[in-house]
Structures are given as C-alpha cells and as structure tokens.
Design a protein around this ligand. Structure first.
Ligand code: NAP
Ligand code: ZN
Length: 345
C-alpha cells in the first residue's frame, strides 16, 4: 500500500510504500477512497502540541470500502462503505467508555495516527494511505446516498461540532454564534441551522460573509470590529469556538447572555486569557469538547444522511498536500480539503 508520510517536523510529506496488513479477528481492511485534511493534522506534523512521533502518516477523516474482514467481524462485509474518524481504540470498560464517551476514556483513547497502540509500542498510522486496518468497533457505517468525498470531513469536523451543539441543547429559538469559519466552523453553522437556531458567524475574514449567509447564518460579524461586536453583548445562548490560532476568550464571552456557554473545540497552543468578570457576569461558562463517542458519531452520520448534510470541499490529489497545508494556514480553503486516494495508485 502507499501512504504519504512525514519524517520530521516541518519537512514536506512524501510518498512511501509498505506491506498491506492483514485484518485479524475483529478488524476490517478498508480501501481508503477519500481523506479530509484537518487542522489537527497540521498541528501534529509541526509538533505544535508536543510529543509527535515520526515517521507520521496523518489523516483521521477517512471514508472507503471494506476490502477484507477478520474472522470475528459481524458489522461489515466485503464491499460495504466504511468510515474511520479520530479514534481507533479505547479501554471499553471504564466509566466513560461504558457511557459511550470513549473520547474521554480514563486510559486515554488511541488516536488514528501519532498514538501508541494499546498493549504494544507500535505507533498508529492514519488515513493519508491507500489502505487502513481498523477494529470494526471503531469503524462507522456510511450511507450510500451522500457524495462520499464530502462525507469524509464529517468523521472529525462533523462530529466535533455536532457533539457540543447537542450537549449545549441547541434548538429552535436559541441564538448561536460560530467563531472561525473553517473546516469545523462551517459544519458547526450547518448543524446549528439544521437544529433550528438563529446563527451568527464571527470571523476575522470579511470576505466570508456571503458564504456564511449561504450556509444559513442570519448575521455576520467581523471580530476586529469592536463597535459591531459590542452591539451583540449578552446576546447569544451558545458560542462555538473553532479557531485554530491563539486568541483571547474574553471578547467572545462578553457576547453571552444568562447561563451562556462558550463551547471550545479549537486547539491552539497558547493558554487563552479569560477575564473573571466576563465569567461571573451572566453566570457564563467555558466548556471544552473533544470529538464524540462511537454511538454519537454514528448518530451524527445517520442524521447527516437523513438531512442531506455534507461538508463543502475542495478535492485534491495527494501530490498537492504540502501546498494544501500552506493554503490552509492562509485561510485559503472553502471549507475542507479532501484528498482523493486514487491519486496514489
Ligand atoms: P481551519 O479549517 O484551519 O479553520 C480555522 C479557522 O480559524 C479559520 O478558518 C479562521 O476562520 C480562524 N482563524 C485562523 N487564524 C485565526 C486568528 N489568528 N484569529 C482568529 N481566528 C483565526 O481549522 P479546523 O480544521 O476547522 O480546526 C480548527 C481547530 O479545531 C484546530 O485547532 C483543530 O486542531 C481543532 N480541532 C479540535 C477537535 C476537538 O476534538 N476538540 C477536533 C478537530 C479539530 P475565520 O477566517 O472565519 O476567522
Ligand atoms: Zn480532525
């Protein structure tokens, strides 16, 4: 099989070949059709979060077809569509795993790439690859009715925004803001709109206003326009923060009304500033959220199939991945790059 890997931080990715693993027991071998490019891939190849392991094959927004199955597999048969997200293992027995919250596994979940496997020193390798072997428990059913490449980003950008909006109880009549109109942010807008909320996009990019409205947003605010921002003081019930770069939480907290929640999913490196007066006013809270559990991710995929929700994508061949990272850093992506694995034939 062929994969795109990086051997040291800030090196470009290059194509390499390796032996295709055989699926054992509960595992399925998936022929990857498409893989989304998440900003977390960029954080990790640059070792911005620390602890990155090289060589690394990134990629955790994976869709494809089952090629072969292990002897114990019951959920999939050869030829089925399958999806793999951010997680490929967890203990399955702790308090959180048994509540379908494997992403908060007490032993830590095993990431699809750049993580040590449970009970072995092997490092997991992700979906920038023509094939991947995954335990069927961590593999999702994909509806054949949606365009497959545009489904790939649902496996991370989709669930990471769906889960906190559900947790915050977003529904008709609520006012929701999404901060940072990128891969995650644009999915957040789609979900909040489909849940019936009035949605506002808060962005650093004035040029994104028309897209925000097309996605269903009612209002659009440029975060650097202090006057426009102040008109929305204490206005929102929920703000979803999907910003990839270092930033201050205070200016967003001030926009929350009574019991307002700042749902944080963006993972920049530096600790943000939080002004306590902005928290005690209106009894506001800051709540973090990590992807979603297996059950909720399947629910999200089924919800998307039912409501015809997919990601806005630009399909690229693997050979363009390094260029895609540069463009992502400049905010030049509408709104998710998806790599077509046929380019690695
Ligand atoms: P992305 O597509 O690059 O989008 C990030 C957006 O952040 C940009 O489109 C931009 O939106 C905004 N932004 C960029 N620089 C900014 C700055 N200096 N100040 C303010 N806003 C800025 O990234 P993504 O793939 O959506 O990922 C977003 C973040 O979520 C990343 O940190 C990623 O690691 C994290 N993440 C977290 C989880 C989780 O489980 N919690 C899962 C996946 C990803 P505007 O142009 O609209 O300002
Ligand atoms: Zn991701």
């Amino acid at each position: 099989m062929k994969s795109a890997r990086i051997t040291a931080p800030n090196e470009p990715l290059s194509i390499s070949e390796s032996e295709t693993p055989k699926p054992q027991g509960d595992q399925v071998l998936v022929k990857v059709g498409s893989v989304g490019v998440c900003h977390s891939d960029l954080h990790q190849i640059k070792n911005e979060w620390g602890g990155s392991q090289y060589p690394m094959v990134p990629g955790h927004e994976i869709v494809g077809k089952v090629l072969t199955v292990g002897t114990n597999v019951t959920k999939f048969k050869v030829g089925d569509l399958a999806g793999v997200g951010v997680m490929v293992d967890s203990c399955k027995t702790c308090k959180t795993c048994t509540q379908d919250l494997e992403q908060y596994c007490e032993e830590g979940f095993v990431g699809t790439y750049n993580n040590k496997e449970r009970n072995s020193d092997k490092i997991t390798m992700g979906g920038y690859s023509t094939k991947i072997v995954v335990d069927e428990y961590y593999t999702f059913k994909i509806a054949p009715t949606l365009p497959l490449a545009a489904v790939a980003p649902l496996l991370c950008a989709g669930i990471t925004t769906y889960s906190p909006l559900v947790y915050a109880g977003v529904k008709k009549g609520m006012k929701v803001a999404v901060v940072g109109l990128g891969g995650l942010g644009h999915m957040g807008v789609k979900f909040a709109v489909s849940f019936g909320a009035e949605v506002t996009v808060i962005s650093t990019s004035p040029s994104k206003e028309a897209d925000a409205k097309k996605l269903g947003a009612t209002h659009f605010l440029v975060s650097t326009d202090k006057e426009a921002m102040s008109k929305y003081n204490s206005y929102f019930d929920v703000i979803l923060d999907a910003i990839s770069a270092n930033h201050d939480y205070t200016s967003y907290l001030n926009l929350l009304g009574i019991d307002g929640k700042l749902m944080v999913v963006g993972l920049p490196i530096e600790s943000p500033k939080v002004q306590p007066f902005s928290l005690v006013t209106n009894r506001r809270s800051v709540i973090g959220s990590c992807i979603g559990g297996m059950k909720e991710t399947q629910e999200m995929l089924d919800y998307c199939a039912e409501h015809n929700i997919v990601s806005e994508i630009e399909v690229i061949p693997m050979q363009k991945i390094n260029e895609a990272y540069d463009r992502m850093l400049k905010g030049d992506v509408k709104y998710r790059f998806v790599i077509d694995l046929a380019s690695l034939k």
